[in-house]
Write a protein that binds this ligand. Structure first.
Ligand SMILES: [Fe+2]
Length: 429
């Protein structure tokens, strides 16, 4: 049973061995137990205090002890910006991509589906699907992005330089930009989604008139306690930098921080703890009420990326078409399904699959969902055993060559809307 520290964005303190954390200062002349002090800054030094993120780590040897980086030699579909291929406005939907048939770890099992923005400008992001049947031997850090990991099947053990996180389907984990980690499989296979956020780190959304509680509550976010590996050997450190993967050699494990303190740290969250808000009178509210985490842009209210979920919930609205309405949107929407069915698309949108509705591309309930939603008796109904999510961005999600050419892309997605009847009663007196 792993131990965690509770709270979102707290200034945490943790030491794996008592007395390994300096008292009262960050960089004493001789840190305790012969450790090296190292600061990791996730924001510019000069950011305002409320958005300044940094941690001090006390490690057996400093992070700079590695060989030169050279291009990564393994074959991978994990790519980065620029995403400059021709982007169609088409609504797209993919089936489950399948599990690997050859030994594949988390990094080699990542397939990039969509992306946008620019890592150099600290804006935009990418969405990937991972499938793995093998634990990583190497270590990894991402200079381009923080990584939101959304397991769909199979549990993961994330060994990070700030401690260990176990994460299961219906939970998420976030690894900040630059934090070194290794993904071990707890089960024989693992599959899920990763959102790379090139922009401002995810934070909890403001609640406005909702008040001081609800949606994702801060105390339910869990950060690991310090844990370290004091091992020598031949290890590989993979790095994602400016869209490309690189590798360097190490003579020791990079997960060698014995103690740390600060507010720049990985965390996990159980999506089942989300306090869902919805109507208790009429109409289907905007899905922004389901926002778990948001990466803001420089424009107030305009997200770089919002992470939104559609959890189990009561539907009680009266005289209301309860499924999502038909709509077109400035924001671009990449969706995935962790379990169950999504109420607007009970057929065809499968767990492990994905859909994409980009800027102003029309979408909404399919033929069957519309028929049922407009005729069913409106008694209180609990939508159970479901968890869909959406990664919504103010920039268009550009599908990759892989995503546009895989045989998992559904060729007939548009058919789900094409039998919506003309029911207009033009001549009713
Ligand atoms: Fe939508």
């Amino acid at each position: 049973m792993l131990k965690y520290l509770s709270g979102f964005g707290n200034h945490f303190v943790s030491e794996a061995i008592n007395g390994s954390l300096p008292k009262g200062c960050n960089s004493p002349q001789k840190p305790p137990r012969g450790l090296y002090a190292e600061q990791i800054n996730g924001s510019a030094f000069t950011m305002p205090r409320h958005s300044n993120q940094r941690s001090w780590v006390y490690r057996i040897q400093p992070s700079v002890m590695h060989s030169d980086f050279t291009p990564y030699t393994s074959k991978t579909s994990f790519i980065g910006s620029p995403f400059d291929n021709n982007c169609p406005p088409n609504q797209l939907r993919w089936n489950h991509l399948g599990l690997p048939s050859i030994p594949t770890d988390f990094i080699n099992g990542i397939k990039t589906m969509v992306g946008q923005g620019n890592t150099s400008n600290l804006s935009g992001g990418a969405v990937h699907i991972y499938s793995a049947n093998k634990s990583m031997d190497s270590y990894f850090y991402n200079a381009d992005a923080e990584m939101l990991i959304i397991p769909q099947s199979g549990r993961l053990l994330l060994k990070t330089e700030l401690g260990k996180i176990d994460v299961s389907p219906l939970e998420i984990a976030v690894i900040p930009r630059g934090i070194k980690f290794q993904v071990l499989l707890i089960d024989s296979e693992a599959y899920g989604y990763v959102c790379e956020n090139y922009g401002v780190p995810f934070k909890l959304p403001d609640l406005g008139p909702i008040g001081s509680n609800a949606l994702a509550n801060p105390r339910d976010f869990l950060t690991p306690v310090a844990a370290f590996e004091n091992i020598a050997g031949d290890f590989k450190l993979i790095c994602k930098f400016e869209g490309n993967l690189w590798q360097a050699n190490l003579t020791h494990s990079p997960l060698n921080a014995v103690a740390w303190h600060g507010n720049y740290a990985p965390y996990k969250y159980d999506l089942r703890l989300f306090n869902t808000i919805g109507t208790i009178s009429f109409d289907h509210p905007d899905p922004s009420i389901f926002t778990v985490l948001t990466s803001p842009s420089a424009v107030s209210g305009l997200a770089n990326i919002d992470f939104v979920i559609f959890p189990p919930r009561w539907m009680v609205a009266e005289d209301t078409f309860r499924p999502p309405w038909y709509h077109r949107n400035l924001m671009s929407e990449f969706m995935g399904l962790i379990t169950g069915k999504y109420d607007a698309k009970p057929d065809g949108f499968v767990p492990g699959g994905a859909s994409l509705h980009n800027r102003m591309s029309a979408h909404g309930p399919d033929n069957n969902a519309h028929s049922k939603g407009s005729t069913k008796e409106l008694k209180p109904e609990f939508i159970d055993n479901t968890m869909a999510f959406m990664l919504e961005s103010s920039q268009v999600w550009r599908p990759t060559e892989f995503a546009l050419n895989t045989d998992k892309l559904q060729k007939n997605y548009m058919a789900c809307w094409q039998n919506l009847p003309n029911m207009f009663e033009q001549h009713v007196e």
